[in-house]
Write a protein that binds this ligand. Structure first.
Ligand code: KG4
Ligand code: ZN
Length: 340
């Protein structure tokens, strides 16, 4: 039987709707970004994000239906992100999905946004099956996850402070680049020397799979202050490349160790930072050396999108059935946590 899932994503600053066939095939994926609006504030303003989602949601969903050449009658399941994220933003997509579910009399499934990022790999790699390890690196999250089965996740490690993407954004702001900073640091780093400045690497305890990026961020800020006080001109490209090297080295080392520790042979990466060219390059080199299969989605499925939500919604629906319509938005929803 063919199952078509309409996915809706509004957890941060992208309003997105997508239709996915049998969990793997993208029939449409419409993404309306608010980045230009939040840029002037240097980050996402929650109240503005909610209002912009309200303005965009109807058009975005209708466009997703048009692009797939479908009517609402053709949809089997409606999935929406219910956390983690900005609660006001989440409520827009979640309420819209529940309204559709009631009016169309079709099942509704609430989806965890981070699990959605992981599931983007199922869309990009049709033969990918669990188990595998996934490194999720986004603006709000940094996790190493053991994906035991579809819809079954165990956290191996997590950041104890800043997320990787957050560190990229903060460092980018400090050296006067725009928002979001990740892609700009990625680009500028290509002109810099990654060994120019010896920024710290936080490996934490020997057997720990956790991450910490706030010390690195402070080290970059201290370096910039010191140079300013001494009147020495800063080489931004060197700062960007050296900072990036500290992040990438830790991500690569811990991810490979986690795959080996679980006795697995596949590593996926997901989330906005999974687009990073240096992370892909260095992870690819190390995985090749270790005989590990490395997979990641194309950039359009790394940053926030509803296709990944529809995909996760499909597998959650098959495994757990529909969610209750009383399901609320949960700003700090954990990976693997199932709420009613
Ligand atoms: O997954 P995502 O779209 O949103 C969250 O769920 O947080 O990730 C956005 C984050 C931002 O911090 C952005 O700077 C970062 O991903 N990012 C990158 C790159 N592209 C996006 N970081 C490093 N290199 C990139 N090429
Ligand atoms: Zn995200």
């Amino acid at each position: 039987m063919n199952i078509k899932v309409l996915g809706i994503e509004t957890s941060c600053d992208e309003t997105s709707a997508a239709i996915i066939l049998n969990g793997r095939e993208v029939l449409s994926n419409v993404i309306s970004t608010q980045i230009d609006i939040h840029k002037k504030f240097g980050g996402v303003v929650p109240e503005i994000a909610s209002r912009k989602h309200v303005e965009a949601i109807c058009n975005v969903v209708n466009q997703a239906m048009d692009d797939a050449n479908m009517s609402f009658d053709d949809i089997d399941v409606i999935a929406a992100t219910y956390g983690p994220g900005l609660v006001g933003a989440l409520l827009v997509g979640l309420s819209y999905a529940k309204g559709l579910s009631i009016s169309l009399n079709k099942p509704f499934v609430g989806v965890n946004h981070i699990e959605g990022h992981i599931n983007a790999n199922f869309i990009a790699h049709k033969d990918l099956m669990p188990p595998f390890v996934c490194l999720v690196v986004s603006g709000g999250h940094t996790h190493l996850v053991h994906v035991k089965d579809f819809g079954d996740y165990e956290i191996i490690g997590r950041t104890r402070d800043d997320a990787a993407g957050e560190a990229y954004d903060k460092v980018a702001r400090a050296i006067g680049l725009g928002y979001p900073g990740g892609p700009l640091i990625d680009k500028l780093s290509k002109e810099g020397d990654k060994n120019a400045i010896d920024f710290p690497r936080a490996y934490l305890e020997e057997d720990s799979f956790d991450f910490s990026f706030s010390g690195l961020k402070s080290a970059v800020l201290n370096y910039l202050n010191k140079m300013n006080m001494q009147g020495i001109e800063i080489n931004k490209a060197d700062v960007a490349a050296s900072f990036q090297q500290s992040v990438v080295e830790i991500l690569v080392e811990k991810s490979i160790k986690a795959v080996k520790n679980k006795g697995l042979d596949t590593l996926c990466i997901a989330g906005g930072v999974a687009s990073n060219s240096e992370l892909r390059h260095q992870m690819g080199k190390k995985c090749k050396k270790e005989g590990i299969r490395l997979l990641y989605p194309p950039s359009i499925l790394c940053t926030d999108n509803a296709a990944m939500i529809a995909c996760a919604g499909y597998y959650d629906y098959l495994k757990y059935g529909p969610s209750k319509l009383s399901l609320n938005a949960i700003a700090s929803l954990k990976i693997g946590e199932r709420c009613e």
